[in-house]
Structures are given as structure tokens and as C-alpha cells.
Design a protein around this ligand. Sequence first.
Ligand code: BLA
Length: 518
Amino acid sequence: AYGDQEVTLDNCDREPIHLIGHIQSHGVLVVSELTTNGIQTIDFLSENTSQHLGIEPGILLGQPLDALISEHSLEMLRQALTSPVHNSQTYYDLEIHSPRVKSVQASCHENGGLLFIEFQPFLPPDFTSAAFDVDGKDVVAEFTTRMLRAQSFDDLATVMVLFFFEKLNYDRVMVYKFDDDDHGEVVAEAKQDHLEPFLGLNYPASDIPQFARYLYVQNRCRIITSILSEPVPINTMLQDSSNYQLDLRFSNLRSMSPIHIEYLSNMGIEASLTMSIVKDNKLFGMLIMHHYEPRYCELRSREVINQLSFICSDYVKLLDRVEAALGTERSQDIRNLINVHLFDNEQKVNYDDVAASILHVLDGDGIYVAMNGEPLFASGLLHEKIDLITQGLDSSRLSNSQVFYSSNLAKDWPEMFAGDSRICGLMLINLPSDRPSFIAVFRYERAKLVRWAGRKQEYSEADDGRLHARRSFKEWREYTKNQSLPWSNFDILNAKNLRSVFIRYLLRMNERYLAKLV
Ligand code: BLA
């Protein structure tokens, strides 16, 4: 689809989906260069104008914009474009000059010195139109009221799927959440009863390439009206047009990548609507709606969904802060407790209590603490690992970091994993001292069941040798091997707090030692 370049798993992440050169057939795209003299002409035009407007594209190309769009509407668009509330999904009613239609809903945006105007919808009669049935503002208020009750991301995801399933009537509504390794899991779902559930299923990272994720941060709501509708080419009379690739990244009509269309086809889906959930400028999750028949969602609803994307994304961030605040509080309680153990009964510290508290806090299975090269206390059967840690601290790998952690030693530190391979996770808190001083907390393996939709990394290479989307989404179960529970942000925060307590303790011990010498 993009000249000679073939799509493979390697270059998938860079597939230039914004340069696809085609739009979906339910709309008409009109693009005009922004000129300084105020005269604008139709420089690019989708090929489907005869069908929708009753005018040959050849007649319109190169004509002034006001041959098609009324002067009054153009003036309105010009003003709208400078408004702070305008975005590429704001809808406008435009008056147009055509034998077929006199007015049409449209969206518009500027990108790369070009003005994009997108007329929609022009739909076959059997395309159902889904829309919020109330005024946009009420929908936002209603959603927000429900959202504010959510105390966690899972709650929020549930609020989202129920709300959208109720309002837009797609056959299936899911929240899909990405993991740190970019694979994703369906964490909430509402669907028609007869459909089999996707809830809890995992999909590999390559199902949504990195570049697509990047674009979805900018363009928050997308639809596919029917995967069966033929993509419409875009024509231009501009010179050098063969080298000119129109950037459709903000277009609402852009055709989707053929491999994704094939993917949906293999899933048996005909139409979709997706909304981005963004955190820290990165795609964090998605609301995915599927329909098994053609389905269009009105522009004025998508304008609202675009807004809800920002609201949900902000709320995700807020939930994080709330959780972090609670975590900080808990972590301080624990620090106080360990402080009491270590400093309040200085003559005789009960190290068993200290070990038990730390293991409890960090959810560990074993601990070893060394101060100035000497063991201070330990619990669990982990001593054969200690020499390795001491060597590790001498090496540059660990000496510069305050804490090192891994929940997959087999991968991150194979020597450490060898031997007693029950130990899969390590949190190593490095204390500043001339001789090895550290707190090592170990975790045993914790097998986790991951349910994949189709075997991981199984792509069908058909006879043509080209890469195809997966054909099978049949559930495939995998138990993670050689991994402990992952270390959470709280674990890391707790580890850093423990570190400061133990630095104080180390200083105290050193003071004592010096005092004895004099
Ligand atoms: C896009 N792939 C996507 C999108 C989703 C998925 C949601 C975004 C589509 C949109 O925003 O409208 C994947 N869809 C899923 C998943 C579920 C689902 C996981 O419903 C789970 C229920 N796809 C492949 C392979 C490649 C690939 C092997 O399977 C490439 C090597 C590519 N996926 C691909 C591309 C896009 C995509 C290129 C971008 C489509 C576009 O925006 O043009």
C-alpha cells in the first residue's frame, strides 16, 4: 500500500500509516494549501465526489474552495480554526454547492500548511448510525459523575465499558490496558450475551505497532465504518504530486492499515470505534468497541468522545496520585516501625523482628543484611547467593545504584539465578560504605497464568510469503516461568525509605565502633 515497501514484523512498528493515501468511503476529503493571498483552491480531493456530491472530482480539483463550500461557511471555518476550543473532531454544519446535498456535517484541521476539510457522513442506507441521544454536555456530566466514584483503574474501566455499551450500542465494548512490555490485556468488557467473552485475554505488543500508538496519542478517537468498504484514493493536481504524500494523521476519514483490516476480518468484526487513554504522553490503554455489522458513529458524538478521552486520561493520572499518596503514608508507618526496632532498644535490637517487618513490607521470602562486610542478620536459606552480591557490588553494574531490583533474575542476572533457581526476584539496597553493606530481599518464583488470544507470536505467513494478521484467536494458556511477583512502585519507594533508615543505623554502628577505639 505504500509504494514498494513490504510490511514485515520488523518494520511494522514504522509502517507509515498516516501516508496511506486513502480515506474511508463514508466521507469526502477536501484539502487546500494555506496561502498568504487569501485565495484558496482545492488541491487534493477524494475520488468519490460524483457518488456523494454529484460532481466529477476532475471538475472540482484546482477550483477555488468557494466553488464548493459557501463563502459564509468558509468564513465560519476560518474563525473556528483560531478558537481555543476547536480540535480536529469538532463538528460544523457547512453549506455546500452541489446538486445532491446543500448542507453537510464536517470537521476540519490544519496540518503542514494545509487545510483539511472532511465531509461526513455519506452512508449507504443499511449503515446504522450510533449517537449519544442527548446533548453533548449532558453526556459529559453524566459520565463524569459516574467516573468520580471510581477508586482504581479497574473501577474506571468498568464505568467506561458500561457507559459506552449503554449509550452507543456497539456489540462489544472493552477496555484494553497495556503492560510495561507493551502487550495488553482486556481488563473490562460489556457485550451482547451471545458473544464469547474476551475479558482477561492478553494480546502481544505487535498487534498495535509503536508508530500507531504514537499517532493515537495525538488523535484520540477513531472509527472504522465497515472493513468491507473499498478505500477511496485521493487525487491532486499539484506538481510533483507523485512525491507528495498527504499526511492524514489527524484525519477522521483516514483508511486503516490493510493488516489491521485483515486482523479485524479474522476476528469476524466489521466496524469499530476506539478511544485512546493516555498517561504521561504515552498510550496507556484504549477503549475498543466492536460491531459485527457496519456501524457509523456521528461526528458530534465523536467530538464528545474526544473530550472524554482527555477526562479519562486525567483521571487515570489522578488515581495514580491518590494511590501514591496512600502508599507514601503506609511506607512512612513502616519506616517508623523499623526505626523503633532499631533505635529504641539500642542495647539489644531484636533482629528477628526487624527481618520479619522488612519481609512483610516488601513481600519477600528471604533476607540478608550485611554491614561493613559482616553479616548483621538473615532469614531464609539464601546464603550461597551472598558472595555473588558482594562481587556484584564491586562491579560497576551495581556500585552506582542505590537500589537494584529484578523479578526475573534468569534474564537480568543469570549467575544469581543459577544454583537455587527457586529464587527469581531480588531487591538489593546498596548502602554507602567502604566495605560491602547492603540489604538483600529475595522472592521465590510465583507462577502466573496468562491467557493469550491465540498463540503468542504466531503469525500466518501465507503462500505469498507476506506477513498476515493472526488467523487464530483461540485461547492459549501460558504460565510465566522463572519470575517472581514484580516489584511495584511502592516496593521501590519502601526500599528507598528502608535505605535511609539503615544508613542512619550504619552511621550509628560506625560511631560506636570509633568510640570503642578511643
Ligand atoms: C492497529 N491493532 C490496532 C488497533 C487495535 C489493534 C485496537 C487500533 C485500531 C484503532 O484505533 O482503530 C489490536 N484490536 C486489537 C487488539 C484487540 C482488538 C489487541 O480488538 C483485542 C481485543 N497488527 C497485527 C500485526 C501487525 C499489525 C502482526 O496483528 C503488524 C505487523 C498492525 N495494528 C497494526 C497496524 C495498526 C494496528 C498497522 C494501525 C491501524 C491504523 O491506524 O491504520
